[in-house]
Design a protein around this ligand. Structure first.
Ligand SMILES: [Zn+2]
Length: 215
């Protein structure tokens, strides 16, 4: 049971990737390059740890930030950018796109875009829907605002109550393939799981010649 969510979120959605070509599921790559992504930050609990572990392996990643967290931790946003990471939109207050009125969702996305642009001085080019819940409205908004909706190829479920660092790292190591987009979290609920899992993932794959790029 405890592995059901990562298996479903990884395997069951793979056949559907091709029906949503505007949404990025996996980068078309033959070289062993992976794209790590971190949702929900920045946080005082995890962001600096994640930056340190990534730096140890010269790994770049993409961080989908919650606007209100970015506003509360501007220095962490700047630190991410200074380390070469990319940042993307994850709404202002982590609303569920499946149950949020369009106008409210647009406000959440626009406000976050403004905050991230002001903090970084650059454009925002990527978005991940909270809970991995895309909608037609969200796809239209992304097209109009030139933000690519980034989904995933590997979802190890580091946010689950049953998650452990070894389960998360094993799941990633068993499912990663060239071009994979991997979802992890910069969220206090993952505090004891994600940084050690990341260390194992990077240590193992780096030794095998993998590289880690931002989207
Ligand atoms: Zn999230």
């Amino acid at each position: 049971m405890r592995l059901l969510v990562p298996y479903m979120a990884t395997h069951l959605v793979r056949p559907f990737h091709r029906f949503f070509p505007d949404m990025l599921w996996r980068v078309d790559a033959e070289a062993p390059t992976a794209y790590l992504t971190f949702d929900d930050g920045p946080t005082s609990e995890l962001t600096e740890d994640l930056i340190d572990v990534l730096a140890e392996y010269e790994a770049q990643a993409t961080h989908f930030l919650v606007g209100r967290h970015a506003r509360n931790h501007p220095d962490l946003v700047r630190a991410l950018v200074a380390e070469g990471h990319r940042i993307g939109n994850h709404t202002y207050s982590h609303v569920d796109p499946w149950s949020t009125p369009h106008a409210e969702l647009a406000d959440e996305l626009n406000e976050t875009t403004r905050i991230l642009r002001d903090l970084t001085g650059g454009p925002v080019r990527a978005l991940r829907p909270p809970y991995g819940h895309p909608t037609g409205f969200l796809r239209q908004w992304c097209a109009a605002e030139n933000q690519r909706m980034v989904m995933w190829d590997v979802m190890p479920g580091d946010f689950l109550q049953t998650a452990t660092a070894s389960r998360v790292s094993s799941f990633v190591l068993n499912h990663i393939r060239p071009g994979s987009v991997v979802v992890l979290h910069d969220n206090p609920i993952c505090e004891n799981v994600t940084p050690p899992a990341l260390e194992t993932i990077l240590d193992t794959l780096s030794a095998e010649g993998w590289r880690f790029d931002a989207l």
